[in-house]
Write a protein that binds this ligand. Structure first.
Ligand code: HEC
Ligand code: HEC
Ligand code: HEC
Ligand code: HEC
Length: 201
């Protein structure tokens, strides 16, 4: 009987860890915030993605919701609450809006606006140097190839349609439709030119 219980315990433990495994993985896919990415993506020889981003409007997307202009824009679409606290604005002016709190690391800050991970996906699983280098190798010298590691760890290489989730006249969220009060036609080529941040070859 004792042996039976011991075996059962081992089996249960096995089944249990198999059950929690997906959770542990999901935990890895958390938003770590731009400061984390910036640690390794700031030097000239790396392509100084951090400062390119800091100088872009994406970095100010949350801050700008606190201006008188934002209040005006909000009224235009019938939003009378503080834009910095309104889902109607935050969905496009922050990163990962609406995801559960457990998907954000403690260092993540919504105040940093539209961050790296708004476009590249949550970085918890891919941000380790070893993983990043592996992805880079898999994509090859022209940086255009497919990377199985990128897919597994959730690193995305966005394109026009990903921009247009926010650069759109409106966006759906939890069954509601929110209008973009500042919409302007979006030409990918011109806009990308303003924020591109290549790794120097
Ligand atoms: C569907 C996504 C979306 C929603 C929802 C949205 N915005 Fe924006 N907002 C944008 C984009 C994209 C831009 C940049 C406009 C451009 O250059 O095309 C922008 C720009 C702005 C600007 C800067 C405009 C300028 O002329 O400098 C303000 C202010 C602003 N939004 C306020 C708000 C407020 C307030 C709300 C909520 C009532 C809101 N936005 C909701 C996507 C959105
Ligand atoms: C510990 C250092 C480190 C951190 C933290 C880090 N990266 Fe990287 N990343 C690298 C290195 C090294 C490379 C490979 C650079 C090369 O090939 O020259 C890289 C490559 C990349 C690439 C290009 C992959 C390719 O081959 O096309 C992207 C995109 C990227 N990182 C985004 C991010 C984002 C977003 C974050 C934050 C969530 C982040 N990185 C955090 C070190 C890091
Ligand atoms: C999570 C939503 C979101 C995504 C995804 C997004 N943007 Fe933006 N973008 C914004 C918001 C919001 C602003 C306006 C910020 C402000 O002025 O306060 C903006 C502003 C800009 C601006 C500055 C306006 C200008 O033309 O000078 C450029 C350029 C831009 N985005 C390019 C892009 C490109 C290219 C992509 C895709 C690769 C992209 N964006 C994806 C939300 C987004
Ligand atoms: C508005 C969306 C957007 C934001 C924000 C953004 N990126 Fe990117 N990033 C892109 C796109 C689009 C590409 C080009 C993808 C491709 O080549 O297929 C790219 C490419 C890269 C590359 C690879 C460059 C190369 O030469 O292969 C790195 C590294 C990178 N991003 C890092 C970052 C870091 C770090 C941040 C934040 C500081 C950031 N990105 C913010 C959209 C974004």
């Amino acid at each position: 009987m004792r042996l039976f219980i011991a075996v059962l315990a081992v089996l249960l433990a096995g089944a249990f860890s198999a059950m929690v495994a997906p959770d542990a993985q999901a935990k890895g896919m958390e938003y770590v915030g731009v400061k984390e990415c910036g640690k390794c993506h700031k030097k000239d020889k790396e392509g100084k993605q951090l400062s390119i981003w800091e100088e872009s409007k994406h970095a100010k997307a949350f801050e700008n919701l606190g201006t008188p202009k934002a209040k005006e824009r909000a009224q235009k679409v019938g939003v009378t609450t503080n834009p910095q606290e309104s889902e109607a604005c935050l969905i496009c002016h922050t990163t990962g809006y609406g995801e559960p709190k457990s998907d954000f690391s403690k260092r993540f800050s919504m105040e940093d606006g539209v961050q790296c991970e708004a476009c590249h996906g949550p970085g918890g699983e891919y941000k380790a140097r070893k993983t990043m280098k592996k992805i880079s190798e898999e994509r090859g010298p022209d940086g255009k190839g497919k990377s199985a590691t990128a897919e597994k760890t959730g690193l995305k290489f966005p394109g026009e349609k990903d921009c247009k989730v926010c650069h759109a006249q409106e966006r759906q969220h939890n069954g509601k439709t929110y209008k973009n009060p500042s919409y302007e036609p979006f030409n990918f080529k011109d806009r990308w030119e303003k924020i591109k941040h290549p790794i120097p070859s």
